[in-house]
Design a binder for this molecule. Sequence first.
Ligand code: GLN
Length: 446
Amino acid sequence: ESYKRIAQVDGKVQAFLTLDEEKARQTANSLDEKLNAKHASNLLFGMPIGIKDNIVTKGLRTTCASKILENFNPIYDATVVQKLQQQETVTIGKLNMDEFAMGSSNENSHYQKTRNPWDLDRVPGGSSGGSAASVAAGEVLFSLGSDTGGSIRQPAAFCGVVGLKPTYGRVSRFGLVAFASSLDQIGPITRTVEDNAYLLQAISGLDPMDSTSANVDVPNFVSALTGDVKGLKIAVPKEYLGEGVTETVRHSVLDALKVLEKQGAVWEEVSLPHSKYALAAYYLLSSSEASANLARFDGVRYGYRTPNADNLLDLYKKSRAEGFGDEVKRRIMLGTFALSSGYYDAYYKKAQQVRTLIKKDFEDVFEKYDVIIGPTTPTPAFKIGENIDDPLTMYVNDILTIPVNLAGVPGISVPCGFDNGLPLGLQIIGKHFDEKTIYRVAHAFE
Ligand code: GLN
């Protein structure tokens, strides 16, 4: 059914970079046999799933939407992919994204521009735009994305689906091609909160292959969907409803708060005073980490190699110059500069100090409140091409999602109304490792 739907709509939506039809059919057939023999026990048994193209899949092309990895076939599966296989899901294919997850619109893909299924002239968001669009267009039921500064939540909001960035360390990053290792997390994108909880359950947990994955219990997330929010304390940061946020977005959040209030929750305005520095700190830190992580793409070990090099140094330089797109180069240059001796203290170190203050803002609020609520994005999906020549306007898109990554806490985006037929997202942020409360609130609101 997934492939039928993809054949119908993917020509327009362009969410998939690579399809794995033959293998998917084999898997589905063997699952059918099991089903007939009544051996189907897993909750996600047979579910069609799409995977963002920066998560490695054994023998299945993984490009990160970059020319530099155009023919890269990984020799192993990411931990999350192995865990899905244990659940007997069916991998449908690999999903488009901004190159190396850098971007907010999917316009930075080397291969194609994914479109928003609600309005094909608009972006699906990014960088997990293919992951959100494929679920919204009914091509797959579930997808995996990654979120470094908002890349699951922002496209989920733009496409009217549910997307969760788990607590840093909840899900193994082994096999996720690293962008900014201290911020990256893999997470589920689905139609409903319940589906989301099932998928997070399947991919969570300590992994000996990722030293940053956390040794904490994985609770039963689905059992949190009680619908009961009585007495729950909600904080609403004034910085999240201020400048740049449209009237319609502001009202959609206030309406959502009313719904929760009716069910017995209480809310108050709070302040996250260092929010205004988050964007600057994020672009310094994430670019610094990216400049180190992307050093491995040298034309020798992986992917694209220039055909016309005179010597080894020339080979490195030309392979990288020809293989990386503009946005990736912009970040590598910014990161290399910020880390260079003489500037390190002024930029990288300062940004780390700001990160600590932002984390502290969240800790202070969570001493008194159970969750933080605000919009996911300041506006609904913008037009393709609208922000492409202006990196700064593009960066501002993530102003409400980035602080969550800097603090390492979990956050979800759930659909919350429309602006002129375009979906809007409500962001619910929780304490470290408290995805359960996030799901409880999201489900009550849904
Ligand atoms: N849009 C942000 C960026 O370009 C976030 C990306 C992400 O979360 N991967 O860095």
